[in-house]
Design a protein around this ligand. Structure first.
Ligand code: ADP
Ligand code: MG
Length: 246
């Protein structure tokens, strides 16, 4: 049964708070940097205080690189809508994970009509598929691991995408926390717990829905429903030459 997991304004708020804080911290850090510089120039080169000022500078730099990362992560994404040849697009995202797929000797299938074109945000779709595929890769066993991405158009101009794996599955009691930022079952350093939070945020941005079917020891399927902005009858994928897929 599909598990509806859509309770999220809290999660969106966390992202906005993080980005807002990062932005607000830039000014005070800039002031610390400037005054450390001024102070350093007003002290003689061999003054004992110079050492402290160097520590201050180093740590200001450290703090600002953390801020850059956070800002980068939560930045307002490019949400522009463009026409996407779906099969080609999904293939290109699978290719981004080629190293892992090869290393674990996994089977990855993309089941999508080559002529299917949709109108959506490339950036959002990429975040979504990238994170789902990465999780699937991490969930499956070497060699026997099998991942299938299915995409088709449903009724009412809805784009339906399933990401299925035969991996470890997700226990019922964890399912309600999956989309929370920082929820992870992976060891420190391996999991950030941000993947499904990003997936959720992007789906919400697109006005779509996500649900999950999963059984421990059997595998998982994430079902996505995303509005397709395509005007009826328009379809350019089929006109492209074969062999342009990545
Ligand atoms: P991370 O991958 O960094 O742990 P995510 O937000 O991407 O964070 O995923 C959160 C958790 O959800 C994972 O730690 C894992 O326990 C579970 N999970 C996500 N996708 C799958 C999957 N396809 N199969 C099994 N577990 C999954
Ligand atoms: Mg992940």
């Amino acid at each position: 049964k599909n598990n509806q997991l859509l309770q999220s304004s809290k999660m969106i708020a966390v992202g906005q708070l993080a980005a807002g804080m990062a932005h607000q911290l830039r000014n005070p850090l800039g002031i610390i940097r400037t005054h450390s510089y001024l102070l350093s120039h007003n002290l003689s080169i061999d003054h004992r205080g110079q050492r402290s000022l160097r520590y201050i500078d180093e740590n200001v730099e450290r703090a600002s690189s953390i801020i850059d990362n956070v800002m980068n992560f939560w930045r307002i994404a490019d949400t522009s809508i463009s026409e996407i040849c779906l099969k080609e697009f999904i293939d290109s995202i699978v290719v981004l994970n080629a190293d892992e797929i090869r290393k674990k000797e996994l089977t990855v299938e993309v089941d999508c009509d080559g002529a299917l074109s949709v109108r959506s945000s490339q950036e959002s779709l990429k975040h979504i598929l990238m994170n789902l595929i990465q999780n699937a890769i991490e969930a499956v066993d070497e060699q026997s691991g099998r991942i299938i991405v299915r995409a088709r158009r449903g009724n009412d101009r809805i784009l339906l995408i399933d990401c299925e794996d035969n991996g470890c599955g997700i226990p019922k009691e964890e399912q309600e926390f999956l989309y929370n930022p920082f929820f992870t079952t992976k060891p420190p350093g391996e999991g950030t717990g941000l993947g499904l939070y990003i997936v959720y945020s992007e789906i919400e941005r697109l006005g779509g829905e996500i649900s999950l079917e999963s059984a421990v020891g059997r595998g998982s399927v994430f079902h996505l429903r995303i509005p397709d902005g395509e005007s009826p009858g328009q379809n350019t994928c089929g006109d492209r030459k074969e062999g342009t897929a990545v």
